[in-house]
Design a protein around this ligand. Sequence first.
Ligand code: SF4
Length: 349
Amino acid sequence: MSVMNRMQRPWILERTLDELKDELRADGFREYAARQVFQWLYHKNNQDVASWSNIARANREKLAGLYDWEARPLLEKQDDGRGTRKLLIGLADGLRIETVLIPEKDHFTFCLSSQAGCPLACAFCATGAMGFRRNLTAGEIATQVLTLKKEISDYAGKLNLVFMGMGEPLLNYNNLARALRIITDADGLNISPRHVTVSTAGILENLKKLEADFPQVKIAFSLNAPDPLLRAELMPISRRESLDSLLGYFREHKRRQRITFEYVLLRGVNDSPAQARQLAKRLHGIPAKVNLIPYNANPRLPFRRPAEIDVEKFRAVLLDMGMTVITRWSKGQEIRSACGQLAVFPGNT
Ligand code: SF4
């Protein structure tokens, strides 16, 4: 099918179940047809409508003419030798996005992108350094999950989805919310919202929307400095979205699960014991868990990873002050799929 033809038809992955039900009903299909389509797409991971055996041939042909069914291609794959895989997916307009599969002890984590590039330009982040191309659509988010699932097609256990890949998800709220509907729908990807984490640099208005629309989705907040001035240097968004307002919101808004505070440790910048004390005081009164992420050096950015002993000292201060702390030595550094390192496939920089 020519690109022009494809572009004229809506891509099937852009539809939520309710939208598809309305459209198919209007096109004369029975009520259950949309659920059948969803189950083939998302339960069976099959976009070849001609092969769908429980749908009458005439209906398959009609469906084939209504939508674009083309899968977005997997262009490249890198493996770190220990199971972490970074995949490069080609989009219809020629852009390319990265998505990562991470094996954990008892499950797999999918690290998803929400934008091509990122407009927030955090000083330590490779994605920020590549600039912003555009928001991803709901289908472009869902297709990352389908592509990653194909990598582990025999696995039927728990999946964790984290929006920690390229982009700031809350700057793409409408598409994120539509993708979350597809991801959590029992006839869609059927992943519990309790197994989804949205990580944000802090877009307060949309954070409130997310928590109202998806109260079970977990929130991770990319903090990185307890001092507002230092944070604004590292994360320019902090000049627009005040740290005090965000922490005040986290303190006051009651939710079922703790907030994860991500803290990328940068040598000589934000890794001193005094800053650890300041951090613990800042988070006082917030049900919190701190993820310490020793920085993964990037040759094009001027930051370095702290010594292991300094990471340990920082952690010890937080523990002494009663915090829950996990140190995440990021996986996938060899293929630059670790935190803040996406955007480095050849041609994506
Ligand atoms: S750290 Fe996150 S919010 Fe900041 S530039 Fe990178 S992708 Fe964007």
